[in-house]
Design a protein around this ligand. Sequence first.
Ligand code: ADP
Ligand code: MG
Length: 901
Amino acid sequence: MAAGLATDPSRGLSEKEVTDRLREHGPNELESDEGPSAARIMIAQLTSPMILLLGAAAVLSAALGDIAEAAAIAVVIVLNAWIGFRQEYRAERAMASLQAMAVPQANLLRDGRPAQVETREIVPGDVVLLEAGSHVPADGRLLEAHTLSVDESVLTGESVAASKGAEPVAPDAPLAERTSMAYSGTSVAGGRGTLLVTATGRQAEFGRVADLLSGAESKETPLQRRLNNLVRGLAIAAGVIVAVVFGLGLLRGEELDTLLLTAVSLAVAAIPESLPAVVTITLALGAQRMLRRNALIRRLYAVETLGSVSTICSDKTGTLTQNRMTVVVLDMAGDRRELSDENGDAAIGAGELRANPTLRMLLAGGALCNDTGQAEDGELIGDPTETALVAVARRHGLDKRELESFLPRVGEVPFDSERKRMTTIHRLPEGERSIPPGLRQVFGAESLEAPGGSVAITKGALEGLLACCDSVDVGGEQVPIDEGLRERALAADEKLARNGVRVLGVAQRVWPKGGDVPEDTAIESGLTLLGLEGMIDPARTEAREAIATCREAGVRAVMITGDHPLTATAIARDLGLAGEDATALTGGQLEGLSDDELERAARDTRVYARVSPEDKIRIVEVLRREGEVVAMTGDGVNDAPALTQADIGVAMGITGTDVTKDAADMVLRDDNFATIVGAVREGRIVFDNIRKFIRNILSGNLAEVAVMVLGPLVGMPIPLLPLQILWLNLVTDGLPAMAFAVEPPESDVMKRPPTPRGESLLGADRGRALVTRGAALTVLVGVPAYMLWDSGDDAWQTVLFTSIAFAELAGSFAMRSERFSLARIGVFGNRMLVGAVALTVALQVLLVAVPAARDVMDLEPLAARHWLLVTGIALAYLAAIEADKALLRLRGRRPAARGAS
Ligand code: ADP
Ligand code: MG
């Protein structure tokens, strides 16, 4: 069959063949949906309820003969639509660039070596390497399958994974029974296999090309939902207020058309329309900043949730450690050999290997029971745990390829994180066979008389492996296992683990010729333990710093690993994640605990070891029940449910499987723990900024509405005209609002505890600051305006209008931080805000100074003393906010207040 596609299954296609076939068959993708176009965003903007309302107001004005006012409203509509469009467009573009980063990839065999290739570049004839957790990227026939099972529920609706084999089936078999085929869009649930691609893209018969981002639909985030509720609530309040103002106006005999327009503009004033869009941009920009720090956000709500993460559960290998494994010690039945690690000098000479078959077989076994690929130039490609074993064997003259030519692999039972071991089966030579030249030195012979049959080699975690052994190789002798030997092996394992060494046991079993060799986990019994290989994997230095940051930030860092409890605690201690006397809670102990007991234990446990993927789910559940906001990492296919359970599921970009990436909210492009902590920091910044922005906008709106309602009550005419209100809300609010999205972080962003789950959007004070500031603004602008009006100064309204604009602009500087004074964060700390404010001030001055504009807005010219007054009010408002903040700081420092906060 491979012949029909002209592929050598052991080498895959060459680059040239791929280019030709790509031209012939096209890329392996379905038409991608176009992102939202600029035109669509514009249309959405122009048909929003507010714009329609304003449009109606413009038409009303025109109908009543006030062409200038109608034109002015039109200008405001255009300005507002433009600002809104910019906001939406920026948000969409930020999202689109995020999606572009998440190109799905697959592992192929090309030009005789394994390669990571974008799924869209797969062509018929390609050889795809499938392992647990990968997506099947195209339709194809299985060349090889080892306990391979595929989740085909997307095609067949069958929730139990289908077992697959390489034996051909009748071509007319129904889809669910075609066990030798795998289809695009399905995913591997377990085992390993290779697939010869027969159809790609639209030709893929049943499949759909898996899209890594299919889960990244732009769903409403919880924050957005809460905001929409807030806006809705404000809209209702606005309705009531409008009715009151309208009623009062009618009673006072105001003209109906003025009143209608006032009602419309008051509604616009009270409802913070720009809020949802600015929140989306702030989230999307946050996601973009996270991406620059290697955290790819797959679901937008993750940005805000990250800000309140209180526990990070992390894998050990590769995330907290470098995943650069080096075998440093070999241990056989008490015979322990330390290897020099740094320079790669073999510590054991060929002579000794010749004389010690146990040692030789231990090294060879580690390399044979191993899925490492080897490029022509000798580069090792694969899981670092495995490449380390291949490397150490090679250093001792045992090249994996030569070993395999002598002892070809004929079967296997792949690794899974439940068993924590794997097995390969190799055919033994029969009769007089010559030893490959490269291996002769260590075997000390040119040929060998062999009985045939096969040998199964199993490697994995020692505790489990020992249970599969009935003997131990002691100096070349198979000695039946007894308590003493078992103790000896476990003690050696423990001693290494205590020093942070990762230990793998290697065992074998020879199956005589003609015997029926099982090809499932049943083969893992009656084994002979050869020995242990211990490897070191240095901690990541940046992880150590990140853990220190976590401690300051009140975020708990927890290690969850499949490794030995002592190895895990040694590394946790080295990283500063656990104290000197810390112990690990193991998967075995976990099973014995009830949920309540586990909940109690979880409070102090920093290291979980020898856990299975199911244990991870339990740990997440228990932590969440305790009120923690949990981020959880995972790489293997079985980790997906735990990632879904966690508040933030984190997948590994390098070592992670497609299925875990699908389940994740965030993907670490560098598999690095420090990246999670960096993302938490960004999340906090985003959440802070959204709150600042809400507080700023709402306190301004509050003051405007208060002035409008209170003015008539103290006998004044309508304080602000409709156009003036529209200007204040849509122009002077809109521009600075965008600047809050890029507000730099406060210096204590990672020095305070996380925001509790579900805390009010308005902040811990539930809107106290907002109301006091709105009240302060009302008094500061209202009283001078009243006095001017009372003294018969015609400019009173223009002063009111301008002072609200200036005060809000000045106030936005102080609102940049709730904790620090403006002097401390610096007036120019946010350049974009400085620019936006300067622009808005200029527009406002022009509006008042240019006679034509003044006429449209019904303004009076301002004298120097008016300008002074307006500036004074703005500065007074700024000072008032700063005083309020200082008071809060003072109170926060008093010990009595601390308990309450
Ligand atoms: P970690 O949390 O360190 O990533 P893993 O789940 O990868 O842990 O591994 C758990 C245990 O499984 C290891 O301690 C080791 O004993 C065993 N193991 C890991 N990788 C392999 C492998 N490729 N072959 C056999 N055993 C392995
Ligand atoms: Mg691992």
